[in-house]
Design a protein around this ligand. Structure first.
Ligand SMILES: Nc1nc2c(c(=O)[nH]1)N[C@H]1C(S)=C(S)[C@@H](COP(=O)(O)O)O[C@H]1N2
Ligand SMILES: [Mo]
Length: 287
């Protein structure tokens, strides 16, 4: 929008006649009329400036580097929200659950980083690097299925702006760490997620077998009761696109954290690398 001189309305419309031909009552040249004209002109220029700022502002925002369609300045707001949710909600909050019948029939898939290499589902193992070093341990899908089976119907929210209600089944990550004490330096298992051992690793890293997709999680989110090592979606074993044989589901986080096709898990001291955080997304990605 260009800032041109205010067009003189006198040219198009006679001074004291409104656009629909009705006579205005203001006497020509009166103080009131001058003031009205001045105000109109000023507000017109004001609108023009606001419009220009708006257009430039939007152009600025939309030209910022983005990832999954969210320009970086918006991301900074989400980052601030992430810090808030990390600080205030931690593990005490539960994501809403729905009746199984409210789940979508036709699940959608999104994101295939780390899913494009060959996979032999029978030979697949989940490799876990214990906290503080030590020998990596391998787990089969049967090992995970031997843990208490949890079913939940929750909303999967993608940062792109869509969400779906999905029924998931799997084992609680916390139950895995209760049975296999891999996340504490002392080797103490997590018996009660409200009182986890003090020497628990602060962070967890999850990586696909081909290392193309990777996610970092804080320990509070990892042992949250709704964080699942998930092997079924809507009553069916996961398809390859949904992350067969095992994926993460953690409904207090955006979809970006729900790593499909778990390869390696490690318990570590520093925030692990995170695929979308590297693209400028909030590391916590909570909602
Ligand atoms: N390995 C892997 N996992 C991934 C992704 C990906 O690209 N690769 N995308 C994530 C994103 S952005 C979303 S929204 C969810 C979508 O899960 P779905 O395909 O089962 O709907 O998977 C997440 N997990
Ligand atoms: Mo997503």
């Amino acid at each position: 929008m260009a800032l041109e001189p205010t067009p003189a309305p006198e040219k198009a419309i006679p001074p004291h006649v409104s656009p629909d031909g009705e006579n205005l009552t203001l006497p020509p040249g009166s103080a009131i009329e001058q003031e009205a004209t001045r105000r109109t002109r000023r507000s017109f220029i004001g609108l023009g400036l606001a419009g220009l700022a708006g257009v430039l502002g939007w152009r600025y925002l939309l030209n910022q580097p983005d990832a999954e369609g969210t320009p970086a300045p918006f991301r900074r707001v989400l980052d601030a929200n992430g810090r808030l949710s990390a600080a205030y909600f931690r593990e005490t909050r539960l994501a809403p659950e729905f009746a199984k019948s409210q789940g979508v029939r036709q699940v959608r898939t999104n994101g295939d980083a780390g899913l494009n290499s060959e996979i032999d589902l029978d030979a697949w193992r989940m490799v876990v690097q214990p906290y503080g070093g030590g020998k990596a341990q391998e787990f089969t899908l049967a090992d995970i299925k031997a843990l208490p089976r949890i079913e939940m119907t929750t909303q999967l929210k993608c940062i792109e702006g869509w969400s779906i209600i999905v029924n998931w089944a799997g084992a609680r990550f916390a139950d895995f760490l209760a049975k296999y004490p891999l996340a504490s330096r002392s080797g103490q298992p997590i018996k009660d997620i409200a009182h986890p051992p003090a020497d628990l690793a602060p962070y967890v890293s999850l990586v696909t077998p081909d290392e193309e997709y990777y996610v970092g999680l804080d320990m509070h989110s990892t042992i949250h009761p709704q964080t699942l090592l998930c092997y079924e979606i809507n009553g069916q074993p996961l398809s390859l696109e949904h992350g067969a044989p095992l994926r993460l589901v953690t409904p207090l986080k955006y979809g970006i954290k729900h790593l499909k096709r778990i390869g390696t898990i490690a318990f570590v001291d520093q925030r692990p690398a995170d695929y979308w955080a590297e693209q400028g997304y909030d590391w916590d990605a909570g909602h």
